[in-house]
Ligand binder design. Structure first.
Ligand SMILES: C[S@@+](CC[C@H](N)C(=O)[O-])C[C@H]1O[C@@H](n2cnc3c(N)ncnc32)[C@H](O)[C@@H]1O
Length: 322
């Protein structure tokens, strides 16, 4: 009998279980951190529920990537170029929920025999980087990660020598998760010369805002867009779709396959997660669940739906009501 297709609700419950069912819980790790950094709660990366959607996409790809890459490469690495504090605060109204952020998901999500061999986390903010270090130390004490496999760099991701850093890695997954236009094209271009898959958070509505300012004669952030695109090709855009497609074309000059996934935030806020990979001789069969299952479901979800799902998970609302 053919397998029944999961409803959007059932599919999301699987995703939320992955994010919230990790052991130890983020609250446990956070309690350890706050003993040495009492104000840590104020420094956690704090955003609305759409952050959970982004983390779900990452968690999904971490599983798919590690299963496949481990088959073909004996040394696989994960690079988080905008690592944050390791634990994120999802807030809605006066309430907040702690979730693991991207660097700790890379340690906790892959299956036991499929773990990365090395981790590189880059974070510009000194305090966030210190919280991340404490979180890694706590996970190491729990026997969950060997801290000698983790390199934390406190600095600007645009000034890292990636080819030296990844010299022993046969293949790597690089996650680029900025708040705006921080990653310069020159940096991304160098990264794409290496043997990597790239998962890139393109902050579409933020980039459109800067471009809109330029169209209205306000030139203050023009340099940032020039560096982000590597040239002034963005000036040819007529709307946000063009701004996205110009960047996708740049990625396509280095990778045959670029998959954009649109994530709806609140109001006019939205972004795209771009997955850029090389075509393989077998035709990348593992991308099929990304294209057929992950992408359409994410694109049907907005942060209101995600927020309701979190409520259901916390037991405050019955699934039927949803
Ligand atoms: C969107 S947050 C990252 C969230 C994180 N990926 C997660 O899922 O938990 C962006 C982070 O990048 C840091 N950052 C900003 N500019 C940076 C740069 N040039 N290099 C490295 N980190 C930077 C910020 O301090 C912030 O913590």
């Amino acid at each position: 009998m053919p397998r029944r297709k999961k409803s959007l609700y059932e599919w999301w419950m699987d995703r939320i279980n992955t994010l919230t069912g990790l052991n130890p819980s983020p609250n446990k790790i956070f309690n350890v951190i706050s003993k040495t950094i009492p104000k840590a709660f104020d420094y956690l990366y704090s955003r609305g529920p759409w952050t959970g959607i982004k983390l779900s996409i990452l968690a999904y790809y971490l599983d798919v990537y590690t299963i496949i890459a481990k088959k073909y490469f004996n040394q696989i690495c994960y690079v988080d170029t905008f690592a944050g504090s390791g634990i994120v605060k999802i807030h809605e109204g006066n309430e907040s929920l702690l979730l693991y952020g991207s660097p700790l998901l890379s340690i906790l999500v892959p299956r036991q025999e499929k773990k990365f061999d090395r981790y590189v986390f880059i974070e510009l903010d000194y305090l966030k980087s210190a919280i991340l270090r404490k979180a890694i130390d706590a996970l190491a004490e729990w026997g969950i990660v060997d801290s000698t496999k983790v390199t934390i760099i406190t600095g600007d991701m645009n000034y890292v020598d990636y080819s030296y850093l990844l010299r022993n890695c046969r293949h790597s997954l690089v996650f680029v998760d900025p708040e705006g236009t921080e990653p310069k094209w020159s940096t991304i271009n160098k990264l794409l010369d290496l043997n990597i898959d790239l998962l890139f958070n393109f902050m579409t509505s933020g980039i459109r805002r800067i471009w809109g300012n330029w169209r209205n004669g306000r030139f203050s952030s023009v340099n940032a867009l020039d560096e982000f695109y590597g040239d002034d090709s963005w000036k040819k855009a007529s709307n946000d779709e063009d701004l996205l497609n110009i960047y996708i074309d740049k990625l396509r000059s280095k990778r045959d396959i670029v998959i954009p996934i649109k994530v709806m935030g609140s109001h006019a806020f939205y972004y795209h997660i771009l997955l850029a990979v090389r075509r393989t001789s077998r035709g990348n069969p593992w991308l099929s669940p990304i294209i057929k299952s992950l992408k359409p479901r994410i694109e049907r979800t907005d942060s209101t739906v995600f927020n309701k799902l979190i409520e259901v998970f916390r037991g405050r609302m019955k699934p039927l009501t949803f």
